[in-house]
Design a protein around this ligand. Structure first.
Ligand SMILES: [Zn+2]
Length: 250
């Protein structure tokens, strides 16, 4: 068999460890195997153990195709992971966690987790939306206006008002990907289509300006983001960036 054409073929195909290895290797290192510790190319392949050994003198580490990926130390068996990956990669119209659960005999809770990790791993920003817990925020270029002291805000914005500034809209998947882009205003009509376009329905959206998002409550879980007082997490006394956000000491 070349590569599987149907789900039934995929399940049989991935039950063979050499097929699994070949499939994963090509997915993980399309330009050739690299040491995950030092980045050196062309490591030595130890075929009996299906692992590689780095040739760099001060590295010499051994690694499997699973090291540093979602597949390492997962209680879900490798052939189920691969069949799920095959489904995600081959269903052009997308596949849901419910379909994978039914096809592979797993619970939807498990396949939701798998799907999330697979999409993260594939880093396919155009084809898949952010999912899970997503923080959204708008920032003005040159700093976040609503976090500045009054006199600084006046200096920065200089009478043009926030409408006159470029607004960057950011969506951050917790522990995952980031999408940013420009929006014209912070109003519902500008923000909501961007969210619908980039965040999967059913995700939880965390925001600190809830009013812009209330029209989305039917499709998403809308949550208030808790803003931690800065002095508890940072030692600095001056305004500074914290996790990419401009904060003022309180
Ligand atoms: Zn190495």
């Amino acid at each position: 068999m070349d590569t599987p054409k149907t789900l039934a073929e995929a399940i049989v195909y991935f039950a063979d460890p050499d097929n699994s290895l070949r499939y994963l290797t090509a997915k993980r290192w399309p330009k050739g195997v690299e040491c995950p510790y030092c980045g050196a190319k062309e490591p030595m392949f130890l075929s009996t153990r299906r692992i590689w050994k780095c040739r760099t003198t001060d590295c010499r580490k051994q690694f499997s195709v699973k090291v540093g990926t979602i597949l390492n130390e997962s209680p879900i068996s490798l052939n189920k992971w691969l069949a799920a990956m095959w489904l995600v990669a081959n269903c052009k119209n997308g596949v849901s966690s419910y379909e994978i659960a039914r096809d592979l005999g797993l619970t939807q809770k498990t396949t939701w987790f798998m799907l999330h990790r697979i999409r993260e791993a594939m880093q396919d920003k155009t084809a898949t939306k952010l999912a899970g817990e997503v923080e959204v925020d708008e920032s003005f270029i040159g700093g976040k206006a609503r976090n500045m002291h009054k006199h600084r805000r006046a200096q920065k914005i200089q009478g043009r008002g926030p409408e006159g500034k470029e607004i960057v809209f950011g969506m951050v998947e917790r522990g995952g990907r980031v999408i940013t882009g420009h929006v014209d205003t912070r109003k519902k009509r500008d923000l909501q289509p961007v969210i619908r376009g980039h965040v999967a329905a059913g995700s939880a959206i965390f925001s600190d300006s809830l009013r812009s998002y209330d029209g989305l409550a039917g499709e998403y879980l809308i949550r208030a983001r808790r803003r931690r007082p800065c002095h508890r997490v940072c030692p600095w006394q001056r305004p500074h960036e914290h996790n990419g956000e401009l904060l003022e000491p309180r």
